[in-house]
Structures are given as C-alpha cells and as structure tokens.
Design a protein around this ligand. Structure first.
Ligand SMILES: *Cc1c(COP(=O)(O)O)cnc(C)c1O
Length: 458
C-alpha cells in the first residue's frame, strides 16, 4: 500500500501537462487544481480500501480530463425541451428570436446609448426605445417597464393603492407558483385586500357593494393557470371599467401572459389581447415579457398617463429597473409585431405554436429516420399526443402533437429519462403512462442531431 501511495504522481505534474492546460483554454488554473485534487483524493481512498492495485499517470490523466470538462462546463447552459410545454418556466420560458439575440450581442459587447440622448448630448430616457413601439402597437398613452410581471403587480399596487382597499373577485385570488400569491403581494404593497363574490361566481353588484371612500383600485386578475368551469360567472373588463368610471376609481388588470395576437387565429379558444383590454378602457394593464409576447423577462405596464406617472415616480420602479440586454431583446421582438407575418416567422414561441401537425410529424419522422440510419438499438416509434402552452397561458388549451416514444432494453422509462437528462446537451422529455416520450412540438429542427447522438449514447 505504501508503495502505491508513493507512486501517486505529484499535483505539479498535472499542472504542467500541456494537454490538460490546452483543455483549460485560458480558464483559471483553479479548475485544473480542483480536478486533480478530486481525482487524487478518490485514488487515495481507493488505495486505502484495497480497490486500487496499480497507478498509471495516463489513466489518472484521463480521469482528470473528465472531471475538468465537467467543472469547466457553465452551470447555466442549453437544454433541449422535448416536454411539449412551449412556455416552460423551469426551462427558461420564451426562447428569443435570432434578431433579438443579435441586438443583445451588439448592445452587450460595448457601450450603448442606454440612457444617453444623442441629439442633446446629455442624459436621456432609459425606456424610450421600447415606449414608442408599445404605444404604436397598443394605443396606450404611457408605458412603464420593470423586471417582471410580479414586480409590475407589486409596483402598481404600491403606487396606486397603498393604505387603500383593492377590490378583487374571490375567483381571481391566484397563486402562480414560486409563492406569488395575490393576497401576499397585496399585503407587501401596503394595499388592503377586499375580496368579493365567491370562488365560482362574482357579480358586478359584489364589486359595487364593496366600494367605499377608501377604495383605491378595482383589480382584475387573469386566472392564468386554471379555469373555473361549470356554474360560473365573472365580471368583464368593460363592466368593471364602467363601474370604476361611475365611482371615480381606477381599474387595473393583471393580464398575466398578455398576448398581442388573437389566439383564435391559431384555432385556440378566445383570450383577450392587450389591445382589447386597453380598448375596453382599463386605466392600467400589466403582463410578462417572456410569456406569449416571446421576448425577454420583463413586466410591461401600460395605461393612462395620469396613473403611469405615479407608477413611474414610485421608488420601487427604480428597484425593479431592467437591464440593457432585456431592453435590446424587447425592442427587437416588439418590432416584429408591426408585421404579423414576422411574428409567426421569427418569434420562436409563435413559430412553435403555429406549427401545423404535418410540420411536427416531419420532425418526428426525421428523428426516427436518423435513428434507423445510425442503427439505434432501442425501439423508437411514433405516438400522437397532446402538448400544452404552459407558463400560465391558455391553461386548458391542448395542442395536438407527435411524440417519439423510446424504449431501451433493460432500462425503465425513468432510467431513460435520467440518462437523457445527464447528457452534455441534456434532453428533457416527458413520461406518460410509463412511456418515455420526446414531444417534437417543442424541439427545434437543428436539435434533432443532438437527440440522435444522445439516444445512441444511452
Ligand atoms: C405569470 C403571471 C404573473 C407573474 O409574471 P412574471 O413575469 O412571471 O413575474 C403575474 N400574474 C399573472 C396573472 C401571471 O400569469
């Protein structure tokens, strides 16, 4: 045993190894030291337990290489979404368009006129690049952009209703995950929640009866991730607007996803668009940038100047400020909406949602063909199924899709899933009725070779 310990190469030998240094590619030597230490620790343990009988530098070097590659890999990286959920919160929600990425690259790689007015040669307004497009697209009087829609809700409530009552239907007291609950956000903002109606039914007179001199806001919240079905009724935006006008109380709608496109175009069931909500006369509306809009994470607040000015002046607005990268992506994405055809062609979310069944089938067949060509030893076959939009958008909408179901001898569907998740480019599929499925609706064409390689490897 002593002999074996003595044979363990010195750390320095690895640190001077040109192959390993090349692999390091200019990254801090820390990573190589860490990899060597981990491998040597393991080998010492192996010796003490009598499992290691031989020491070879070359074998150890291979191990160091493996560990080093793993350590050098960024912890945040690409995965392939084969879950069929288009807006998957755990997988980064909306993928960005090529145009948006180009804009991010330009703005990020050097200085920009983020807050600089080039004409005047002095400080300019941070959000002017997206304000004009949003006004153009929606007809809103004024615009405020914050970090995300949760922040937008907190800011609007704080700025317009602190210390005052906010009337909201019991059917809309939502939780959207990540512990974002309307009553909690309300408490945090200093506004007082006044819930009216019941879970399934809320009438206009419920709101009207609750109005007092201390009412600050009428709030409508989009029930993003569920629907109350059956014996139900809720108050429409325009009815609420009318009531607000009568009593001089502003109306705010948290639209959640907030689409600019009428989803009936895709054969989906009706959802109000941002434009429609504004047209109905709400004073303020907010929604996310990275749900159906298909842009970067942001909370977009639109509405009447009178209220938007209060919102913009609130100190929380500064605390929820968005970054230049977000603004670059938002501008590029919003620009597409000036031409609907561009939306479906260029914005990945809409591109995925508007695929025909045939297009999805083509991707599935391509995957199957490649697997056959490369002599995949497992079984792979076509399955028809249903995918979903996700991200708290269109909760009941099912999207017809094609999946490739995979079976590998000696592996359970959970084991296949686990192995696919641990690939260099991890593939996230879904398991349904004990079958491992790769939903081709959310897989991009250029990702198919990675899936093929992954399946051959497992
Ligand atoms: C998604 C959602 C939010 C939160 O938006 P984020 O951009 O995720 O912060 C708030 N309200 C509703 C109704 C939502 O659907």
């Amino acid at each position: 045993m002593k002999e074996l310990y003595r044979k363990i190469p010195k750390v320095d030998k690895f640190l001077k190894d040109q192959d390993l240094l090349k692999l390091l590619d200019g990254y801090p030597v820390f990573f190589l030291k860490e990899a060597v230490n981990r491998v040597l620790k393991e080998i010492r343990e192996g010796i003490s337990q009598g499992e290691v009988k031989e020491i070879s530098y070359e074998v150890l070097k291979e191990k160091v290489k493996e560990v080093l590659e793993e350590l050098l890999r960024p912890k945040l990286h690409k995965v392939i979404n084969a879950t069929g959920v288009v807006l998957h919160t755990n997988l980064g929600r909306a993928p960005l368009s090529a145009r948006a990425i180009e804009r991010i690259k330009e703005v990020a790689s050097g200085y920009s006129n983020l807050e600089y007015d080039l004409q005047e040669g002095k400080r300019g307004l941070r959000y002017r690049n997206v304000e004009w497009i949003l006004r153009e697209l929606t007809g809103a009087e004024d615009v405020c952009i914050v970090n995300n829609n949760a922040g937008a809700v907190l800011l609007v409530l704080s700025a317009l209703a602190k210390g005052k009552e906010v009337i909201v239907s019991r059917g809309e007291l939502i939780e959207i995950g990540g512990s974002f609950r309307i009553p909690d956000v309300m408490a945090q903002s200093g506004a007082l929640l006044k819930e009216v109606g019941t879970t399934n039914k809320t009438h206009l007179w419920d709101y009207e009866r609750a109005i007092s001199e201390n009412t600050g806001l009428l709030l409508k919240v989009h029930t993003s991730n569920y629907k109350v079905l059956g014996f139900t009724s809720s108050v429409s935006t325009s009815e609420l607007v009318e009531l607000g006008r009568k009593h001089g109380i502003p109306v705010y709608e948290d639209l959640g996803s907030g689409s600019f496109i009428d989803v009936r175009n895709l054969g989906f069931s009706y959802e109000p668009t941002v434009q429609e909500v504004l047209k109905a006369g709400v004073d303020v509306v907010s929604f996310s940038g990275d749900k159906l809009l298909g842009a970067s994470q942001a909370g977009i607040i639109l509405g009447k100047k009178e209220f938007l000015e209060k919102i913009k002046r609130h100190p929380l607005n500064r605390a929820l400020r968005v970054d230049k990268l977000t603004l670059a992506a938002l501008e590029a994405t919003l620009t597409c909406y000036l031409d609907k055809e561009l939306v479906f062609k260029e914005i990945p979310v809409w591109n995925l949602l508007s695929q025909s069944k045939d297009e999805i089938l083509r991707k599935a067949k391509e995957l199957l063909k490649e697997l056959e060509l490369k002599k995949f030893e497992g079984k792979a076959f076509l399955v028809e199924d249903e995918a979903e939009v996700g991200g708290g958008a269109l909760p009941l909408q099912k999207l017809p899709t094609y999946c490739v179901s995979v079976e590998v001898k000696g592996l359970s569907s959970e084991e296949i899933d686990e192995r696919m998740r641990s690939l260099k480019v991890p593939v996230i599929g879904r398991i349904k009725e004990d079958r491992y499925l790769l939903d081709m609706l959310t897989v991009f064409e250029d990702e198919i070779p990675f899936i093929v390689e992954g399946l051959l490897r497992i």
